[in-house]
Design a protein around this ligand. Structure first.
Ligand code: ADP
Length: 172
């Protein structure tokens, strides 16, 4: 039975087949969750990322997880929020979707995501959570490789937004 879970936690500690990284287009590391993932994975992650020559917003690239409990990292630069008229919503959908396609291609059954773009990229959380939830749900229904997707929220405010989006999707 495929499912989507919302949890509070640190994604660098999550034992999924793949975790997503809210990266930037250089893929050379940054702050927030990106910094935490590189810190926990060790320097080999940056070495592999250097060979990828960046990634466009909404696209995704995969690496190994090195010292992380996760086998793979799905690096995706989410959109920077400029007010909503620059295709931000579609780009955010693309980030989730393209990570999941890569995960399925690499035979991952369990995948964990942070709240992409809602940190320093300032995508409004109340808009981002339903987009993430709906995109993941639609993806899961169309394939049989990925079985469980976790949304790993770093704070309570983020978790309540994803809990609400989950309820709106599943408890009607
Ligand atoms: P973006 O640039 O895509 O906005 P950020 O890293 O600034 O990315 O923030 C995305 C989300 O990740 C925020 O909700 C932030 O609190 C959260 N975050 C930061 N560190 C971690 C972590 N170790 N595990 C899970 N989420 C994290």
């Amino acid at each position: 039975m495929k499912r989507i879970k919302v949890m509070l936690g640190d994604i660098t500690k999550v034992e999924a087949d793949a975790i997503a990284n809210a990266a930037n287009t250089t893929l050379l590391g940054g702050g927030g969750v990106d910094g935490a993932i590189h810190q926990a994975a060790g320097p080999e992650l940056l070495e592999e990322c250097r060979m990828l020559h960046g990634c466009a917003t909404g696209e995704a690239k995969i690496t190994r997880g090195y010292q992380l409990p996760a086998k793979y990292v799905l690096h995706t630069p989410g959109p920077i929020w400029y007010g909503g008229n620059r295709g931000e919503e579609q780009l955010l959908r693309n980030s989730y979707w393209n990570c999941l396609e890569l995960a399925a291609e690499y035979d991952c059954q369990t995948v964990a995501f942070p709240s992409i773009s809602t940190g320093v990229y300032h995508f409004p959380l109340e808009k981002a959570a339903p987009i993430a939830m709906q995109t993941i749900h639609t993806f899961l229904q169309g394939q049989n490789t990925v079985q469980e997707v976790s949304l790993v929220c770093f704070d309570e405010v983020t978790k309540s937004a994803y809990d609400k989006a989950w309820k709106n999707l599943f408890s009607k």
